[in-house]
Write a protein that binds this ligand. Sequence first.
Ligand code: ADP
Ligand code: MG
Length: 724
Amino acid sequence: MTGNAARVQAVQNITNRRPMPAKQPESLSSLWASDVFTLSKMKESLPKEVFKSVKKTIEASEELDVSIADVVALAMKDWAMSKGALYYAHVFYPLTNATAEKHDGFISVQSDGSVISEFSGKVLVQGEPDGSSFPNGGIRSTFEARGYTAWDVTSPAFIMTTDNGATLCIPTVFVSWTGEALDKKTPLLRANAAMNKAAQRVLSLLGHTNIAPVNSSCGAEQEYFLVDANFVNNRPDLLLAGRTLFGAPAAKGQQFDDHYFGAIPERIQVYMQDVEEQLYRLGIPAKTRHNEVAPGQFEIAPFFESANVATDHQQLLMTVLRNTAKKHGLVCLLHEKPFKGINGSGKHVNWSVGNATQGNLLDPGNTPHSNTQFLLFCGAVIRGVHKYGPLLRAAIATASNDHRLGANEAPPAIMSVYLGTQLDNVFEQISNGKITGSLNAGVMNLGINTLPTFNKDAGDRNRTSPFAFTGNRFEFRAVGSGQSVAGPLVTMNTMLADSLNWMADRMESKLAQGGDRDSVILNTLKEIIDKHGAVVFSGNGYSAEWHKMAVEERGLANLKTAADALPVLKQPHIEELFNKLGVLSPVELASRFEIYAEQYVLAIEVEAKLVVSMAKTGIYPAAVKYLSDLSSTISGLKSNDIELGNEPLTRITKLLTAMMEKLDKLVDAIAQHDFSTIEEHLQFCAKTIRPLMDEVRHYADALEGEIADELWPYPTYQEMLFIK
Ligand code: ADP
Ligand code: MG
């Protein structure tokens, strides 16, 4: 390539870059959770009674005994200081998908001017950050700034180490002075509690006693892109919006399927190992890594953990991915669609529920037809997705995720459930009123003597389903890569709680009327599948036939954009759902709508402004310069009787004029501010601003294919995706 000066420099920098040496890996046992104040560290450092009390809160969800806080705080501080920490931070999770932290020193100045270190139980348990700069969706005005953070004992404290030192981090919830949740953790803890309560009811009806607390688990598969920082620094769109707003496709994309599961490039592998080492220190069980479908795209998946801890760990994982990339001269893009024309990134949220006494409640075993416990929990999920599909859609509604859903690379915006052949068949039997048996998956015989035969899974996989059963869990596959997993988990646990309560009510009243347990269970399941079976779909979710059938025959919603989906949060039955189960009060829910709607509008506004500035200050000048060079060359040649023809001049001028016309329209649209409702503003962003941005891009990308490469101002797709 020739490229302009900045691009040439970027490529040179990368070519001459000395690789970060791979570190000599430490042993897993010395790395594992070394920066976490784990239960075993507490056991070593706390008096027996205190340890027992903390353990009960963590493991049996018993109320925290605040009187022990001073002792725990002291042990925590001593441990943190032994690891070099001079500061502590209450870490919390505001409604922005980000993580927030306020640092305070352990230092305490004495009257004689000397200093000691101090960390009391009071400051461990409760913090008071000025919360006024965090979105609160109208819960309070800015002058009412008080917000509280409160220690979440169930998520372990840890040390975050950067080149600038170590900080003791304490996971907390974040609430307003009036007690409303301003964060993503509080509703998650509440939804989990509601699900536990409802699950206990159903398990009791099955005859179980002494049932351990039921918890939800989450294993999240994180996709991401890595691009060399030299390129990103020359792309205002990647810097500020996290995605490219311009860029013609490279001649090669992902069509050869040669990247997926391919050999991991050396520079990337060194990066991944660095990430994994830090994750291990933080007690995050990174387990799987591989190349993803698109060039420059990768995936990391930790082993699953309890939903609350997994959610905190997911936030940390995103931070570690980003920070480590910087160290390696890369930028980690967690945007759902950084590059047009190749796959975007998602985050599959694997979710199940279970406890210590009954195990995984979504494990069907080998003969699901006779596993009533499984069938009831699975049935409850089916009912939940059918009843609250639009809510699930709303829980993943962001400006960035809109680019993926329904683009034949990620599940459609229609929420359906994939069960697989074996379970489809069992539920069909239930619907027919008689359960006879489970289809056998059989063995896979490869016909080669030296290779073992193995048992096949009872169901295939379906990449096109947004909500797929995968053997012993459901996988919510439509979640965005940059999102916190808290929202989806809150939604899944809440819809499950609602279904389990409905089930328990139903069964209790039928049993009270003298029904026998087996037929009461069968009838309840039959009612579910007859009423809600429309949500079960095993075919191709990408196909046009499904989109038509889902909406017209099955009555499922197809909420294509976040602008369509977010208003679901305002529906009365959704308000009732969250309120009844104590997950979100009406005020808290309304604030979520306001905040997510505002974020949608702001994200699109930032992008639109970038489109205007990049087109005006980068692309237009490049095109004009090329036109001017070309026309003088053509005239010069003409005076020597060489006829080159004006055709390229005409073609480029046409494209440029068309781009500027669209740009004027976009500028006018951005200036529009009088909307009577938020909903109207959302629709304007989705239906007017976004399409205008696409139209500007259409002409700009065509110009990229016409103008001399040395004049093109921005790193190209070829450079960003293929040079590392
Ligand atoms: P795949 O790409 O085949 O879907 P991965 O191995 O990449 O699978 O990721 C699957 C994720 O699901 C992992 O995080 C795994 O720990 C998690 N998982 C496995 N069992 C459960 C379960 N019962 N509940 C929640 N998550 C689970
Ligand atoms: Mg998966």
